[in-house]
Design a protein around this ligand. Structure first.
Ligand SMILES: Cc1ncc(COP(=O)(O)O)c(C=O)c1O
Length: 353
């Protein structure tokens, strides 16, 4: 089965398994796990920030960041298509009493600075919550893995900082963005106050994410992680795989991006497939299928189409509204892409589209 549902399905590499087996570990709640300490130092250095914190998941990292930046009754600006807003169980509002101000996400994952500005509140009017944090996402998942450039990021962080707000980047796939833009990741995150990135997606480690920022911020995030039950004791077993991920799995992401291009161009050859090839910037391909009347398939027909591609050996996911997502990752090669395209062709024929 060629599993293109997500880069979260990646399995640890043999080098990761070996490093996990040999990991030197200790009680991380006492700060005594050498593998975790090393991973945190590596992450901070790589991203050009003072400190880092190992967390169980991207969701936990984003929650710790929001709790560390915003207090009760302090508002956070997010995009309507952001992972933080749509898929994290309402973390900060639920856990921290922080309202979210939601603005429309542009098709490339950007937030329109004008719309952000209109939602900034300095708290001088007691009717409204003061906005203290702006969250951006890079790469942007629901926009199809689009990468925001340094200029786009800085446009938003400059605006936030001008209003004494902080800026947090949900960089679950920030290494994909840096590889696609061909710049050091530190340059891409230079202007944000905090970044969360995941080890367990395109970097292929089994578990874990890192939250990175100033020493003072990480101290507050550490308290939030404790409150969330994220003190994981001998989790150096997991961090050991993360160290291998940072050392060995970043540069190879370029292959995933090439395979996404292959897939996108192959899909564009089918007249029934609706795809904006120019939007494919990293490891995600988003498309929809049209029927003979040139309309997008209904959600039920989309699910039937996906069941057919699965029958022929290719798994993909739906994002709702007839949108299908395919994600390339470690373990998927050019031959797999050719096989996935063949499965899609057969599904189109069998559904008489
Ligand atoms: C953009 C983005 N942020 C955060 C997360 C959350 O990561 P996790 O699944 O590790 O909680 C994801 C997961 O897919 C994501 O795509």
């Amino acid at each position: 089965m060629i599993d293109l549902r997500s880069d979260t399905v990646t399995l640890p590499t043999p080098q990761m398994r070996e490093a996990m087996y040999r990991a030197e570990v200790g009680d991380d709640v006492y700060g005594e796990d050498p593998a975790i300490n090393r991973l945190q130092e590596m992450a901070a250095e790589r991203l050009g920030k003072e400190a880092a914190l190992f967390v169980a998941s991207g969701t936990m990292g984003n929650a710790c960041a929001m709790l560390a930046h915003a207090g009760r009754g302090e508002a956070i600006i997010v995009g309507d298509e952001s992972h933080i807003y749509r898929y994290e169980g309402g973390g900060a509002p639920m856990l921290g009493g922080c309202p979210m101000k939601v603005i429309p996400t542009e098709p490339d994952g950007m937030l329109d600075p004008l719309k952000v500005k209109l939602n900034i509140d300095d708290g001088s009017d007691e009717h409204s919550a003061r906005t203290v944090l702006l969250c951006i996402e890079n790469t942007h998942n629901r926009c199809g893995g689009t990468a925001l450039s340094v200029e786009q990021v800085e446009m938003l962080t400059t605006l936030a900082h001008a209003h004494t707000m902080k800026a947090h980047m949900d960089g679950a796939r920030v290494f994909n963005a840096a590889v696609a833009l061909d710049i050091p990741v530190s340059e891409l995150v230079r202007s944000v106050d905090s970044v969360m990135f995941c080890l367990s997606k395109g970097l292929s480690a089994p578990v874990g994410s890192l939250l990175v920022g100033s020493r003072d911020f990480i101290k507050r995030a550490h308290r939030a992680r404790k409150a969330l039950g994220g003190g994981m004791r001998q989790a150096g077993i997991l961090a050991a795989a993360g160290i291998v991920a940072l050392e060995q799995m970043v540069d190879r992401m370029a292959e995933d991006h090439e395979n996404a291009q292959r897939l996108a161009h192959g899909l564009a050859d089918f007249p029934q497939i609706d795809i904006a090839v120019e939007r494919v910037m990293t490891n995600m391909v988003m498309f929809s299928v049209r029927n003979s009347a040139q309309e997008s398939l209904t959600e039920a027909d989309t699910l039937q189409f996906l069941a057919k591609t699965q029958e022929h050996g290719a798994l993909m996911g739906t994002m709702g509204g007839g949108k299908i997502r395919a994600v390339t990752h470690y373990g998927i090669d050019a031959q797999d892409i050719a096989a996935a395209l063949a499965a899609i062709r057969r599904a189109l024929i069998e559904m008489r589209l």
